[in-house]
Write a new protein. Structure first.
Length: 208
């Protein structure tokens, strides 16, 4: 399968579920190391990383989610990087407490990645983009999980949580789930997967 084959499947599924303004991206193999896409043509083969990113509008609100799979048996390195990205998500979620400057969320993830030999800062191999962006009626809104963002976290704010890792010439991994701040703290809209063996995740239970 090519990127266009997978994107067509993604678009059809989003449309069938009632989405509008649909967009999607599918990146395989070395192309997955380009977090914002590339025109590089790739096809799925045994051992391929498959990075899928998509969103749409539902009743005026935007969605954004990414998942990374391996077609076949993952290598030890693919497994290691996937687990590191999942830990990056956990660190971001744990750090995002009410009253915390949003930039500290990004900083906390990078401290962990540097300890793993990545970066530093926004350098590759590592995390070359912000840990998360604001999302709501538009796909990208202020405030962001990015270094230097001084705005503090408050109830009602919504963000993506997507601390990917990109290894140029090899592959990239991104897990992206959106979160929202309540008066009791942070909550998931979608629950991230906990293992590459079961890489889908699920919808979070919304509070009554």
């Amino acid at each position: 399968m090519s990127q266009s084959d997978v994107k067509s499947l993604m678009s059809s599924a989003q449309s069938a579920l009632g989405g509008s303004g649909i967009w999607n991206m599918a990146l395989f193999n070395e192309a997955s190391a380009y977090p914002h896409g590339t025109k590089q043509k790739q096809t799925i083969r045994e051992g391929s990383i498959v990075l899928m990113d998509c969103g749409c509008s539902v009743e005026g609100y935007q969605s954004d989610i990414s998942r990374t799979f391996v077609f076949g048996e993952p290598s030890k390195k693919q497994q290691k990087i996937w687990n590191m990205v999942r830990e990056g998500q956990r660190i971001a979620f744990k750090t995002a407490t009410l009253g915390t400057p949003a930039g500290k969320v990004d900083d906390a993830v990078r401290v962990y990645y540097v300890k793993q030999g990545l970066g530093p800062d926004y350098k590759l191999p590592g995390l070359s983009h912000r840990t998360g962006h604001g999302i709501g009626m538009q796909g990208h809104e202020p405030v962001n999980f990015v270094h230097g963002e001084a705005e503090t976290l408050k109830p009602g704010m919504c963000f993506s949580n997507e601390p990917g890792i990109y290894l140029p010439g090899e592959f990239g991994v991104r897990l992206e789930d959106c979160v929202y701040m309540t008066d009791k703290g942070i909550q998931w809209f979608t629950l991230p997967p906990d293992s590459l063996a079961s890489p889908i995740g699920k919808l979070a239970a919304m509070p009554v």
